[in-house]
Design a protein around this ligand. Structure first.
Ligand code: A2P
Length: 317
């Protein structure tokens, strides 16, 4: 696993670009997503992150296919990630085939188990009832993910929102080890323990909400408003978002900021020709840690596989 020219190398030997466009938002507007993807491609983004539950697969796929047809970029030059939702754990192959239809792609570059949580098929996307929760069986779901890779539907497979312990469990039985784990990560939730674990096991880390998810229901503006970030941003003449994203890539992770705004998409990509210094890193390492998205919705005291948030994260919260 190495880092070169804005990419990191996965254990599959594929290169993952260190910045990707995130596409999770409430009230998704297809035209807005298509325009954002087209802008991002022009600016230089070659990495796009979606999920079957985001309602962004279809517009992302349309914008990419348009770009392929217009010769803006070739399929093999972009890295596309999508994810298996909690009510699809029984059949990752069928779930990924549906995602590929939505995306109008023959394969994705990375397919992730979105959460270590299993729900019945009928479960509504985000309002789970007690009867929706099923006993989680990651081993059998992982076998389905391995089949996806063996069938060539995805180049790599991985995990999202898994604790170090849960990743270790998967590593103990995986025929194909996870190439990536995607987790909440920003200067206020630095994931030092998990990153150390992943580095030892050659698992690349991607950061969702690398800007702390400001103005989203799952994030907060606290990190954007943190005085340390403000000070470093003034010192370098960079925006606070650029400081946070630069910090992320200097940690060796890939960052997936979401923006559908042309100026902010452009701003977020300008993180390669300058760097933070030792003093900045020191100051940032001391920022008080607080996870924004605790995942209470994935916990159920009577029917869930996790009775408490601490169980969901194996104490890593
Ligand atoms: P918008 O889509 O209007 O640009 P995260 O990627 O950490 O989840 O954060 C996403 C949030 O941060 C969105 O509300 C997005 O708003 C906002 N955002 C993205 N880029 C920037 C930026 N450069 N400056 C300020 N806010 C940003």
């Amino acid at each position: 696993m190495g880092i070169c020219e804005g990419t990191a190398e996965l254990h599959t030997e594929a290169k993952i670009p260190l910045i990707g466009l995130g596409t999770a938002a409430v009230n998704q507007n297809e035209e807005e997503i298509k325009a954002a993807v087209a802008t991002a491609l022009q600016v230089g983004y070659r990495h796009f992150d979606t999920a079957s539950t985001y309602n962004s697969e279809r517009p992302l796929g349309e914008a990419l296919n348009q770009a392929f047809q217009n010769g803006v970029v070739k399929r093999e030059e972009v890295f596309v990630t999508t994810k298996l939702w909690n009510n699809q754990h029984d059949d990752p192959v069928s779930a990924l085939k549906t995602s590929l239809e939505n995306l109008h792609l023959e394969y994705v570059d990375l397919y992730l188990i979105h959460w270590p949580v299993k729900l019945r098929k009928e479960a509504a996307p985000f309002h789970f009832k007690e009867e929706d929760f099923l006993p989680v069986d990651i081993k059998s779901t992982w076998q389905g993910m391995e089949q996806c890779a063996e069938l060539g539907l995805t180049k790599a497979i991985g995990l999202s929102n898994f604790s170090s312990k849960k990743i270790e469990d998967v590593l103990s039985y995986a025929k194909i080890p996870p190439a990536v784990v995607q987790v909440e990560m920003h200067p206020m939730w630095q994931q030092r323990k998990l990153r150390e674990f992943c580095s030892k096991h050659n698992v690349h880390v991607s950061a969702w909400s690398p800007l702390g998810g400001s103005h989203t229901p799952w994030g907060s503006t606290a990190i954007m408003e943190n005085p340390v970030i403000q000070e470093i941003s003034q010192k370098h003449g960079k925006t606070r978002a650029q400081v946070m994203l630069r910090w992320g890539i200097e940690q060796g992770v890939s960052v997936l900021p979401k923006s559908y705004n042309k100026n902010r998409i452009t701003e977020n990509f300008q993180i390669f020709e300058w760097s933070l210094d030792f003093e900045d890193e020191e100051k940032m390492s001391k920022i008080e840690q607080r996870k924004s998205f605790r995942g209470d919705m994935f916990v159920n005291a009577s029917t869930g596989s996790y009775k408490t948030v601490e169980e969901l994260w194996d104490g890593e919260i």
